[in-house]
Design a binder for this molecule. Structure first.
Ligand code: GDP
Length: 424
């Protein structure tokens, strides 16, 4: 059985926590897209961790954790992250890396950083992890697959060829020091040694695992609205954030993905620039940011304060639909217990017309939120384990959201810990 856990919003929905929780019953957890640019926060018996590249199954000894071919593989980062687990007493996890994964090169990170500086105020809010240059190069067919590290002659030749292209940019567009192909080649040889113990023909491994009836989790990063095709282009990421891409980024047939769990946040947050229809500002935003998540809404990778807003039913319904969600997990509901009333954005007014459909970016930029207000529950709901025990107004909020999403809300998360969950 293959299940995907993906975000329905802009990311930071709490996917890490839900994955960590559901991983327990899984045999395999796979990252299928993105890189070390976003972070999952996981709190368990070992402490609090921000995972960036590693799959969320690394805290369980019985799980095989896979970095799929769709991921931007930063090899030194992978080893550092593994080391940081070891340093904190987590037993060494079982890790496999696809021989078809492509390698994040040092020049991708430089290029990302230089480009952000060049764009200055007009930047896309990149995390400078090299993601956009990495995926651009992958599709321009000048990327390096892990397997290419082991043919020294071909590698050397390709490094020289690619450096020629990169150095034109570095010299003439960015006015920065050139890349030394010899040094880069040496770096790649060191990467070859680092990653060697983990390399695997992942699609063949998964083919066998599925035959044996293993439980497989596809772990998405970011969310629907950051998808390059279906998100808020161009304020998107550079690899698909959708469950459908799990088939490609892991190497399995699309029909094997039976269950798609969309993680939906009980209010909105976003990092970086871009349209955000239900955004709130000032004291109202500060208070929600301070109370939000676990210890405030600040980016797990960058530490940047997140932009805050009310629950957006238009965006979240679209986010679930484009994921193909078979169920939704509603997270961080506990945070909202301080409010007298809860505005929910139920429509967008665009050029005088109200719509419930999520539009393309040009129209989104002109959208004005239409709110419906629900009464607050004015108490702390952490620690509650049964749905019926939630205050009536809290259940009303959940059921209102469920109706708007048009997807069953099967889980309600009421705290950051593994056990802070209400199954419906
Ligand atoms: P992800 O990338 O989707 O995994 O999300 P992040 O880890 O960036 O952000 C989620 C934040 O919310 C983390 O700090 C989590 O510990 C925290 N969190 C997750 N679920 C809940 C919840 O139900 N309640 C509270 N208060 N915090 C939560």
């Amino acid at each position: 059985m293959v299940r995907a856990i993906v975000g329905a919003n802009c990311g930071d929905e709490g996917k890490g926590k839900i994955t960590d929780m559901l991983a327990k019953e899984s045999d395999i957890v796979i990252r299928f897209q993105g890189g070390s640019n976003a972070g999952h926060t996981i709190i368990n018996n070992y402490g609090k961790f921000a995972l960036h590249l590693l799959p969320s199954g690394v805290f369980y000894g019985h799980i095989t954790n896979i970095i799929g071919n769709g991921v931007a593989l930063n090899i030194p980062y992978l080893l550092e992250e593994l080391k940081s687990l070891e340093d904190r007493g987590v037993p060494a996890p079982h890790i496999l890396v696809s021989d078809r994964a492509q390698i994040m090169m040092p020049y991708h990170i430089l290029q990302d950083t230089y480009e952000e500086a060049r764009l200055a105020g007009k930047s896309f809010g990149s995390t400078k992890s090299g993601i956009a240059p990495f995926y651009s190069d992958k599709y321009a067919k000048i990327g390096f697959q892990v397997s290419e590290l082991y043919d020294k002659e071909a590698l050397k030749e390709k490094v020289e060829r690619v450096c020629e292209i990169k150095n034109v940019l570095f010299e003439h567009l960015y006015h920065k020091p050139l890349i030394d192909p010899e040094e880069l080649y040496e770096t790649l040889l060191s990467y070859a040694d680092m990653v060697k113990p983990y390399i695997c023909d992942v699609s063949a491994y998964l083919h066998q695992a599925m035959k044996e009836g293993k439980n497989i989790l596809l772990e998405g990063q970011l969310g629907s609205l950051k998808d390059p095709d279906h998100g808020i282009y161009p304020m998107v990421t550079s690899s698909s954030t959708l469950a459908a891409y799990g088939a490609i980024g892991a190497g399995i047939p699309p029909y094997e993905i039976r269950q798609i769990t969309a993680v939906v946040k009980a209010y909105s947050s976003a990092v970086g620039a871009g349209a955000f229809v239900s955004e709130i500002f000032g004291d109202e935003a500060d208070e929600l940011r301070r109370r939000g998540g676990d210890g405030g809404e600040f980016g797990a990778t960058t530490g940047r304060p997140r932009r805050m807003g009310w629950f957006d039913a238009v965006a979240s319904r679209y986010g679930c639909r484009i994921q193909g969600a078979t169920e939704a997990a509603l997270t961080v509901l506990d945070v909202l217990g301080y409010l007298d009333e809860l505005p929910v954005c139920v429509g967008y007014e665009i050029d005088g017309q109200v719509t419930r459909d999520f539009p393309t970016t040009d129209k989104l930029n002109r959208a004005v939120p239409v709110y419906e207000k629900l009464p607050g529950w004015k108490c702390d709901i952490r620690g509650i384990r049964r749905y019926e025990e939630l205050p009536e107004n809290c259940r009303r909020y959940v059921e209102f959201i469920e109706k708007e999403l048009e997807v069953p809300v099967t889980m309600v998360s009421n705290g950051p810990g593994r056990d802070d969950i209400i199954m419906r």
